[in-house]
Design a protein around this ligand. Structure first.
Ligand code: 5RP
Length: 228
């Protein structure tokens, strides 16, 4: 199977985790696009969707699915999104599609994060994929130096990209993230960082992994309440 076929497989499998009659949280990316297409087939059973990007909003609306503002909902049962990497505990790197800030906001509304990914995303230690960080422009040089000094990371501005919030992304290469919870907490409080693409506090509850043998379901213990 091609990578896109594996993405389609898990995108459709995620329908089983959608709570009928409720609002669904929807991520961003090529895997999620397959999920949105699958959602179109059950749109009458949805109370609507909260979306994590302009691109996903457009696709949801094209299927006739009502998109609600995040401010209109207090809690949603499930958020479905892809990942750039996922480790054995369900911690993820996200933001390859530059939607990380809104993704984290919608994930924070949800009871459960259902990750959908092809098998290439499964890693033992996060960091081979350059870590995306959404930043305030005036802090770019300062943050670049700080990543080098503190983590030995090589931060580079993603050329020609602005997020839906109009901000640049730094991609940090050369990391080995052995303690994602600690690193997320640390980097998040550096002045100039809007969102770091480590999803450890908002990690996956389960992952539907697309493999040559079919969909594998990985489940992860919840993050302790104190860490959220
Ligand atoms: C977007 C993301 C995506 O979920 C991640 O990049 C995976 O994308 P794809 O499904 O296209 O492989 O975090 O910001």
């Amino acid at each position: 199977m091609t990578q896109d076929e594996l993405k389609a497989l898990v995108g459709h499998a995620a329908l089983a985790h959608v709570v009928r009659g409720a609002v669904i949280g929807v991520g961003t990316g090529s895997t999620v696009n397959h999920f949105i297409d699958a959602l179109g087939t059950i749109k009458a059973q949805l109370a609507g969707a909260v979306s994590s990007s302009d691109k996903s909003t457009e696709r949801l609306r094209a299927h006739g699915i009502r998109v609600l503002d995040a401010a209109e909902v207090e809690r949603i049962p499930v958020y479905v999104d892809g990942a750039d990497e996922i480790d054995p505990r369900g911690h993820m790197i996200k933001g390859g599609g530059a939607a990380l800030t809104r993704e984290k906001i919608v994930a924070d509304l949800a009871e459960r994060f259902v990750c959908i990914a092809d098998a290439s995303k499964r890693v033992d230690v996060l960091g081979r994929f350059a870590l995306p960080v959404e930043v305030i422009p005036m802090a770019v040089a300062q943050l670049t130096r700080r990543f080098a000094r503190q983590y030995g990371g090589d931060a580079r501005v993603r050329a020609g990209v602005r997020t839906d919030n109009g901000l640049p992304i730094l991609d940090v290469h050369g990391l080995r993230i052995t303690d994602p919870v600690a690193m997320e907490a640390e980097v998040n409080q550096w002045p100039g960082v809007v969102t770091v693409g480590i999803f450890a506090r908002h990690k996956a509850a389960l992952c539907l992994l697309g493999t040559a043998q079919g969909v594998q379901t990985l489940t992860f213990p919840a993050q302790p309440a104190a860490a959220r």
